[in-house]
Design a protein around this ligand. Structure first.
Ligand code: ATP
Length: 234
C-alpha cells in the first residue's frame, strides 16, 4: 500500500483551556474525496484549520506528503500544497473577482491551475471578473472561493461547508465540478452538514461527535442508522 497523501494522527486541539479535538485521526489517499460530517460544534472546522496551519494541534502529527506539518505556519502549508476554502468564503470584499483569484496564486506553486483554467471551470466568474466580489451571488462567491484556493495549485483541497446558505440546485451545480478538480490529481476533504451530499461526493466518510471520530467507513458501506447514531450520539 502506498503512503496516504495526508495522515492525521491522534491530534488534540484546544481553544485556550477548551479541548475541541480528542485524538482525531484521518487519512486521505491521492485522488480521494473524503467527507467529514457531524453536528454543529463537533469539531469539523477545527480539524480543517489544524490541517491548514491555522490552529496548531497540541499533540499528534499531521503528515502531508511525508512531512510533519503540524504547527507549521499557514503560508508554509499552502506552499507544500494544502489549500483551504474557509467557512463563509472570506473573499476580499473591496477587490474584484479576478483580484481575489490572483491572491490565491501568490504561493507560485507550479501546476495546472491558472485564471483561464478557473474560468473554464466556472464560466460565470469570467463574465464577472472585473466586478467586486461582493456583487456575486452566494453560489458565485463560493465558486470564487474555490477558484482562489485552486490558484495555489494544491494537491489537497480542504472545503468547509460548501453548501451553507445555498439553494440545493446551486449546491448540486458546484458539486458537479468536483470530478474536474479531482481529475487534475487533487485530493479533497469536504466538511458538510448536508449528509446526503457528503455521501454522494465522497468515497470515505468520517463522522465527528464532540471532538472525537465516532464513525469512519466507506460511504457505500454506511447505513442511515449507523450515521444517525454517530451524528446525534444516540
Ligand atoms: P459548525 O458546523 O458549527 O462550524 P464544527 O463541527 O465546525 O461546527 P468547530 O467550529 O470546529 O465545530 O467547533 C468545535 C468546538 O470548538 C465547539 O464547541 C466550538 O464552540 C468551539 N470553538 C470553535 N471556535 C472557537 C473559538 N474561536 N474559541 C473558543 N471555542 C471555539
Amino acid at each position: 500500500m502506498p503512503e496516504p497523501l495526508l495522515q492525521v494522527d491522534a491530534i488534540d486541539a484546544f481553544y485556550g483551556d477548551f479541548q475541541a479535538l480528542f485524538g482525531v485521526s484521518l487519512s486521505v489517499e491521492t485522488g480521494q474525496v473524503v467527507a467529514v460530517i457531524g453536528a454543529n460544534g463537533a469539531g469539523k472546522s477545527t480539524l480543517l484549520k489544524s490541517i491548514a496551519g491555522l490552529m496548531p494541534p497540541r499533540h499528534g502529527e499531521i503528515v502531508f506528503d511525508g512531512h510533519n506539518v503540524a504547527g507549521a505556519p499557514a503560508f508554509d502549508v499552502v506552499k507544500r500544497g494544502i489549500a483551504l476554502v474557509p467557512e463563509g468564503r472570506r473573499l476580499f470584499p473591496s477587490l474584484s473577482v479576478e483580484e481575489n483569484l490572483l491572491i490565491g496564486g501568490q504561493s507560485k506553486r507550479p501546476g495546472p491551475w491558472s485564471l483561464q483554467r478557473i474560468y473554464a471551470l466556472f464560466p460565470v466568474l469570467a463574465e464577472r471578473r472585473h466586478l467586486p466580489a461582493t456583487s456575486l451571488s452566494g453560489g458565485q462567491q463560493q465558486m470564487c472561493a474555490i477558484g482562489r484556493a485552486l490558484m495555489s495549485n494544491p494537491r489537497l483541497l480542504l472545503c468547509d461547508e460548501i453548501s451553507l446558505g445555498l439553494a440545493p440546485i446551486i449546491v448540486r451545480d458546484i458539486y458537479a465540478r468536483l470530478p474536474d478538480i479531482v481529475g487534475e490529481g487533487l485530493s479533497v476533504v469536504i466538511v458538510e452538514q448536508d449528509i446526503v451530499q457528503a455521501l454522494r461526493a465522497a468515497s470515505q466518510v468520517y463522522c465527528l461527535q464532540e471532538g472525537r471520530v465516532a464513525l469512519e467507513g466507506a460511504a457505500k458501506s454506511l447505513t442511515r442508522e449507523r450515521i444517525s447514531a454517530a451524528y446525534f450520539g444516540v
